[in-house]
Design a protein around this ligand. Structure first.
Ligand code: ZN
Length: 438
């Protein structure tokens, strides 16, 4: 018996307009540090009880140090007659992240050393950073750069790199157990919608949802600058890391591409849980192996931590032409894709939280279902996700204190929600009792 029905939560509507949040956050100039990250977190804090943490520049974190804080107020390239050719105010991708200030007239040849374009995508502005470069630079469409043939230009970047702090946001929703699920999104990209804002928006909506539910597992949400933010959080929470039972990095989950799930480094229950949900989602998807390149799973899955953290994406970073360009804009991110990603992870969180272990109260032989009214109960179930007789028989056979509900769902090849429905029937009839958590 096999089922390939759609997402059982596919009707679940996010508690906020995800695409609206992406559009609201899009214009802000985020970076590893600085005012844009604070402004972003302040907007998120309107929806969730976010704790905003500031870690001073220079703080030693693992093998790294928290960098200087970077802020920028404006930047232009002008012709010597004053005409403005490139303006940061038009698009914050125009300036290389962490550019140092400059106010000079430079030759075209010198400017060329500091200009980044995409000759193969001549209409688009690339996204570039130089966090540790002690340099400055501009990004622009190749088409524009080709028209700039004057001998010299006036270049201004009104920025500063100075001691300040690294800012990140954290929300912890305690559960009945001390174990936790970790959900993270990066907040360090400027006007890029899929890479950064999609994960932020979905994570905020999930945090709002989880805050309203009774939870067995705690839920921890991190909104952190990539790499250095994860390293900083890990360095400051080392004694707590053993509580993380499952973790998921959310990134690039707002485009129309199929889901991709990147496995954790060493294999973990979350890998099986995501695979189960994707398999029963009715959506196209691919599961890809762990690799030490990508997002903050690199830090969480470093050998000294080896946390059970995977990464959920739709299109994979670096493989779509909009990636790290001005084409990764609010139109590239689709409301329906964001909502679907939200529903998928919501279902995953329910699975992780509900994946208990049961044992038969009396495991000798099959219980007599008819005497307990269970045939009638099954026949009367109208709602989607209701258990059928085979589901109940699988549960009653594998409820031996050694198979989790996910194990049973996998063995019976049915969605997790149907095993849960069978559990409700069997529990009501005192046929099973909960054992220790798997
Ligand atoms: Zn990126």
């Amino acid at each position: 018996m096999s089922s390939r029905k759609g997402l059982s939560n596919s009707e679940e509507v996010p508690p906020i307009d995800l695409h609206g949040l992406v559009r609201e956050l899009f214009p802000i100039n985020r970076s590893l540090t600085g005012a844009g990250v604070r402004e972003t977190l302040a907007i998120l804090a309107r929806h969730i009880q976010l704790e905003v943490r500031e870690v001073p520049s220079g703080t030693a974190v693992l093998d790294w140090h928290v960098p200087l804080e970077w802020n920028i107020r404006g930047a232009t390239i002008r012709a010597l007659d004053g005409r403005c050719l490139v303006d940061f105010a038009d698009n914050n991708l125009h300036v290389v992240g962490y550019s140092k200030p400059i106010h000079e007239e430079v030759s075209r040849a010198e400017l060329a050393q500091h200009v980044h374009t995409l000759p193969d995508q001549p209409e688009l502005i690339p996204y570039r950073t130089g966090y540790f470069a002690d340099d400055w630079g501009f990004c622009m469409p190749d088409n524009l750069w080709r028209t700039m043939q004057d001998e010299s230009y006036r270049v201004d970047i009104d920025s500063d790199l100075s001691p300040g702090s690294l800012t990140y946001g954290e929300l912890f929703l305690p559960g009945e157990l001390s174990d936790e699920v970790l959900i993270t999104a990066h907040v360090c990209h400027p006007s890029l919608a899929n890479d950064n804002l999609s994960g932020i928006a979905v994570a905020v909506a999930l945090a709002m949802r989880q805050a309203q539910r009774r939870r067995q597992l705690g839920c921890r949400f991190l909104f952190i600058p990539a790499t250095i933010g994860a390293i900083t959080w890990l360095a400051h929470n080392e004694s707590q890391l053993g509580k993380i039972r499952h973790g998921l990095v959310l990134t690039c989950i707002g485009d129309a591409g199929p889901f991709h799930y990147k496995l954790s480094r060493s294999g973990a229950p979350i890998d099986n849980a995501v695979a189960h949900i994707l398999r029963h989602s009715g959506q196209p998807y691919e599961i890809v192996p762990f690799s030490p390149y990508g997002y903050d799973e690199r830090q969480f899955c470093s050998p000294g931590f080896n946390l059970p953290v995977g990464c959920l994406m739709r299109s994979v970073h670096g493989t779509f032409p909009e990636y790290h360009t001005s084409a990764d804009n609010v139109d590239f991110v689709k409301p329906q894709a964001l909502n679907q990603s939200y529903a998928l992870v919501a279902e995953l969180l329910d699975l992780l939280d509900g994946n208990r272990m049961y044992a038969r109260t009396d495991g000798r032989g099959e219980p007599q279902l008819g005497r307990r009214g269970l045939y009638r109960a099954i026949a009367g179930q109208k709602e989607a996700g209701g258990a059928n007789q085979m589901d109940l028989l699988w549960l009653l056979n594998l409820a031996d204190g050694r198979h989790s509900l996910l194990d049973i769902a996998e063995r019976a090849d049915i969605p997790f929600s149907r095993v849960q429905a069978a559990v409700r029937l069997a529990k009501d009839a005192d046929l099973i009792r909960e054992e220790h958590s798997p």
